[in-house]
Design a protein. Structure first.
Length: 164
């Protein structure tokens, strides 16, 4: 039997199951879009979707991020996207590096604070607000919450090659 080193991804949790989703308060005024995974694994770049094993594409989305205690940030970031599952993956080390760079220039006290990626913002609103500024209410009016936040656990090992 022939074996090869392979990586499997096990879904470890849904934050936002169907029964909880109906009770959960939405922040955005627009319809929820996409499933979201914040990738804590620096070595895993997810060229394949951990849910359906399809090939991911690199896509850029404007994200709304809440940083404690009360700071709302909109960042245009790229990451793997599965068009089949509508799963967006952002790499945690990249997000934290961008937030550190952003806050180091105008508010160093915010560096290292907890943050939560709320959802995606309409691109037209993001372009307008990045040039002219905007209010928090306008951001919520143009915000798509995520349908759910998911997490995956990496399991490495030697697995038999499928004999098809």
């Amino acid at each position: 039997m022939t074996c090869r080193l392979n990586t499997l991804f096990w879904r470890t949790g849904d934050r936002g199951k169907a029964e909880m989703a109906s009770k959960r308060k939405r922040l955005g005024k627009l319809k929820p879009l996409y499933t979201f995974f914040l990738n804590p694994y620096e070595r895993e770049r997810f060229t394949r979707c951990p849910q359906c094993r399809g090939i991911t594409r690199i896509r850029k989305f404007p994200f709304a991020i809440h940083v404690d205690p009360a700071q709302m940030v909109q960042l245009n970031m790229s990451g793997p996207f599965c068009p089949v599952c509508e799963l967006i993956i952002l790499h945690q080390n990249v997000v934290e590096d961008l937030l550190t760079r952003l806050f180091s220039s105008f508010n160093p006290d915010m560096i290292g604070n907890n943050y939560f990626i709320i959802g995606t913002v309409e691109r037209a609103h993001w372009k307008k607000s990045s040039k002219q500024g905007g209010t928090v209410q306008e951001a919520f009016d143009n915000l798509h919450d995520f349908k759910k936040h998911v997490s995956f656990e990496v399991q490495r090992g030697w697995f038999p090659i499928d004999s098809e």
